[in-house]
Design a protein around this ligand. Structure first.
Ligand code: OGA
Ligand code: NI
Length: 296
């Protein structure tokens, strides 16, 4: 018999299984899509490669990364066809056995995400005043993709698709699935903002590592996802991560007596180990990296 990627035990579920129910206070409750004044900026990258347009793109990306740690990009150079094929493939991924076609699409998608991620990181290194190519080395050499599938949930008020977290990457590019199924929520100092899916926009999150490397100049965006009563939802997160032995520390070029390092140097391997140990104990994702703060 052909092996499927996941079982479909949830097809016959009528109530939320007990081990999926979150404690009150952490579960979303009745207000699944709260109103918010925060607008996650949508940045048009069409002029990224011309001299006169670039400065404005750099400013917009830096402003969004400092204020929110998350932004959306359009006219990013990844064709609608590639995005749609990737979405379709990830939707089917959970129902179908792996095929060569899927491998081709994953390859195209990965190449495009690395290209786009690298251009955004070039903008950020320029904006921070780092040398060109600063992020092009072992800070991004490990790319990973996380494909999420959230089946319809009998009671979305009781559970979460993904708990509140910050990504452990340098940068994440998130592709939301086909259809208009919202679910992704950005948490800004406790205020939740739903980032509606859009056929052409990609969501870009600054991860924990970006906050450390930028010595706290850039924010890392806390986010979570909620489930839906009637529809399946998919998303795929493309993470640009450091290699295991890469040393994670504030970029030396940013440090001055007035701007001393806020974080200790640590290898990425140690970071992950410590993060794994801490997140089990801590409820607040930001507390997880507090162990890396240099105490004043
Ligand atoms: C993730 C993530 C949210 C979503 O995979 O890191 O935040 O919408 N996913 O699936
Ligand atoms: Ni995430």
């Amino acid at each position: 018999m052909e092996k499927l990627f996941v079982s479909s035990w949830y097809d016959n579920v009528e109530t939320v299984p007990e081990n999926y129910v979150f404690p009150p206070g952490i579960r979303p409750g009745d207000d699944l899509c709260p109103k918010s004044d925060v607008i996650v900026p949508i940045i048009d990258l069409a002029n990224l490669h011309d001299k006169s347009g670039r400065a404005s793109v750099v400013k917009q990306i830096m402003d969004a990364s400092k204020e929110f740690g998350v932004l959306q990009v359009i006219n990013h150079g990844v064709s609608r066809e590639t995005l749609d094929e990737t979405r379709r493939m990830f939707k089917d991924f959970f129902k179908l056995p792996a095929e060569d076609r899927a491998k081709e699409i994953i390859k195209e998608y990965s190449v495009r995400m690395i290209e786009l991620g690298s251009s955004i990181l070039e903008v950020i290194s320029e904006g921070l005043g780092l040398e060109p190519g600063y992020f092009g080395k072992d800070l991004t050499e490990d790319a990973k993709v996380n494909v999420n599938h959230y089946p319809p949930c009998p009671d979305p008020t009781l559970t979460l698709g993904t708990s509140k977290h910050n990504d452990r990457s340098l940068l994440t590019i998130l592709l939301q699935g086909h259809g208009n199924v919202p679910g992704l929520q950005y948490c800004n100092d406790g205020q939740l903002t739903t980032i509606d899916p859009s056929p052409d926009a990609l969501v870009v999150f600054m991860g924990h590592i970006m906050k450390i490397v930028s010595n706290g100049t850039l924010r890392t965006a806390e986010h979570r996802s909620v489930t839906n009563k009637t529809e399946d939802r998919e998303s795929s997160a493309f993470f640009l991560c450091p290699t295991q032995d890469c040393v994670i520390e504030p970029a030396k070029a940013l440090l001055t007596p007035e701007n001393p390092p806020l974080f200790k140097s640590i290898t990425y391997k140690e970071f992950i180990k410590s993060h794994n140990a801490n997140r089990i104990k801590k409820e607040n994702p930001d507390d997880v990296v507090k162990t890396f703060f240099i105490k004043a």
